[in-house]
Design a protein around this ligand. Structure first.
Ligand code: UT7
Length: 325
């Protein structure tokens, strides 16, 4: 038994924040952001929208495409580092909003690799028969945890959500390989110092701006390129195929230079790589399902195609999945 993606969906907030808007907020330029990251604009949630609201829209879109009702779902896994609140999970709030009364719902924090973590867990539920129909979502409202005075990070992060629905299949299709990894020794490469049990928010935290995400960008960049190349290579080997047999690589959208370096090392032409970082920035766990939905809707993904998903992020975490669509 394997798990197969039967539908995709995504949602991005209406508000567009361009590089030119950011030029008015911090000491940066459209030229620097475009050259160093590939980002031109990103989406920002409205004050009324929390992560579960973005996840809801993406879920409704996937359910409609699959012609399913929320009651048909028996498992909801939300990958997020920006839940509506610490307790309860964004997944439980989403379950309530959807009316998915037959589902068990929980969150997973795998940072930018979160969607692959959630997909890996849901895939195990499907393969063991514990779930017949799973809704897997990557959703983030990173704008709430972004220091809008810190040019090294505020030009990167953004909001959005993507969803997929998984069902079992006994055919030669679906998720062939999915592997996820962690290295906690490098936890401080990307982290948010305050707001958890170690450092609750107080006046000092607010003064020192410790309740926002910090990143050692350059160090992270170097590890990301090497690790992503290795994990995709290992996943191809495990799946018994060559990179030339891939129809599409859907990478986490963190930096266009990371994506290009990865494609080059894997000898993949850029037209076989899904890139939408220019429009949406880095939406962490949401970036792969948003890109996958766009790829499917634009006809880049067809039945029988080999698709590779790959991600890298805070933790550190990384992973890849080989899918026969
Ligand atoms: O999503 C999960 C994993 N995350 C990643 O994979 C992100 C990996 N890292 C990156 O994408 C890149 O390292 C960044 C885009 C974050 C930064 O690019 P970089 O080429 O590594 O720049 P840098 O941090 O080495 O900074 C180069 C210069 C510095 O100035 P000096 O010291 O050379 O004078 C920075 O102060 O660029 C400056 N700088 C900026 N200048 C204009 C940093 N941010 C900005 C900015 N606008 N927004």
């Amino acid at each position: 038994m394997r798990a197969r993606i039967v539908a995709t969906g995504s949602y991005v907030p209406e508000k567009v924040l361009t590089n030119f808007d950011l030029e008015k907020m911090v000491d940066t330029s459209d030229e620097w952001i475009t050259e160093r990251t590939g980002i031109k604009e990103r989406r920002i949630a409205s004050p009324q929208q929390a992560t579960s609201d973005l996840a809801y829209e993406a879920s409704i879109s996937a359910l409609k495409k699959a012609e399913l009702r929320a009651e048909d779902i028996d498992l909801i896994v939300v990958a997020t580092v920006t839940p509506d609140m610490l307790v309860p999970s964004a997944a439980c709030i989403l379950q309530m909003k959807l009316g998915a009364k037959n589902a068990v719902a929980f969150d997973i924090n795998g940072a930018c690799t979160g969607f692959l973590y959630a997909l890996s867990v849901a895939e195990k539920f499907i393969r063991t028969g514990a779930s017949k129909r799973a809704l897997v979502i990557g959703a983030e409202t990173l704008s709430r945890f972004t220091d809008w005075t810190d040019r090294s990070i505020c030009v990167l992060l953004a909001d959005g959500a993507g969803a997929v629905i998984l069902e079992p299949t006994d055919k030669d299709e679906g998720i062939e390989v999915i592997d996820i990894f962690s290295d906690g020794t490098l936890w401080d490469f990307i982290h948010m110092p305050a707001g958890g049990s170690k450092m609750p928010v107080d006046e000092n935290v607010l003064r020192e701006r410790l309740n926002y995400i910090k990143m050692k960008g350059n160090e992270t960049f170097k590890v990301a390129v090497k690790t992503l190349e290795e994990v995709v290579d290992a996943t191809l080997k495990k799946g018994g195929i060559k990179s030339s047999q891939l129809s599409l690589l859907v990478p986490h959208q963190a930096n266009i230079r990371i994506i290009q370096a990865m494609a080059k090392r894997l000898d993949l032409p850029l037209d076989k790589v899904m890139i939408n970082i220019n429009k949406y920035g880095n939406t962490s766990a949401a970036s792969i399902p948003i890109a996958l939905d766009e790829a499917y809707e634009s006809g880049k993904v067809k039945r029988g195609d080999y698709i590779m998903l790959a991600a890298f992020g805070a933790g550190l975490t990384w992973g890849a999945a080989l899918i026969k669509w």
